[in-house]
Write a protein that binds this ligand. Sequence first.
Ligand code: FE2
Length: 232
Amino acid sequence: MSVPPGQAPGAETSAPAIADILRRLEAILETSSQQEMLLKLRTLAADIDLLVPYHDGHMIRVTCYALAIGDRLRLSPKDMLALEVASLLHDFGKLEVDGAMLEKEQGLDENETAEVRGHAEKGYRILSRYPRLEWAASIIRDHHERFDGQGYPGRKLAHSVSLLSRIIAVADAYDAMTTSRPYRKRMSHTLAVQELINNSGAQFDPLVVRSFFSSKDRESLGLSDRMQEHVA
Ligand SMILES: [Fe+2]
């Protein structure tokens, strides 16, 4: 799928494009085979990534990171399935956010900030209409909640936020930091790791951060011994 004709990258996603995504989602949810549903959802997520400014594979990458964390936390197959579905659709609500706001994202006024942040609630509102996605919708709504209760939309404290949302929060932040945005360049892996560590216990669940950088992956992630100590 490509960006619909007449829609410049960064423009607000057109109503027909959103309607097409919803039609495809509804067809996918009628699929009886779980494996087939996941395969089709991955394609849908990749196509949504083409519609949302700067996403460029964001939801797919976040899903890979989230599943790696889930693996390290030894989540049950049921939770891994829930984690994959929620990760693949975690920014679904951005389809209904003004693309110009998403590209700006810095120097936003109060209303613009509320518009951008509204994507979590919008994703929940749209996806909770489908009984098969009701649980995923709640996970998606909470993916910007913080461990210290200062996140959005609900300012919920860690214990009232699903572990799956806390996993997506870390995976999402790592990908956001290590990819370029219209208003800033990508951060190096090392700096992004340092940011996650610095915000462990405030923005992020320390257990999730530790799992992301577990010792068995230290080498592949380029973590120094010193950094590993900070998350151990
Ligand atoms: Fe988000």
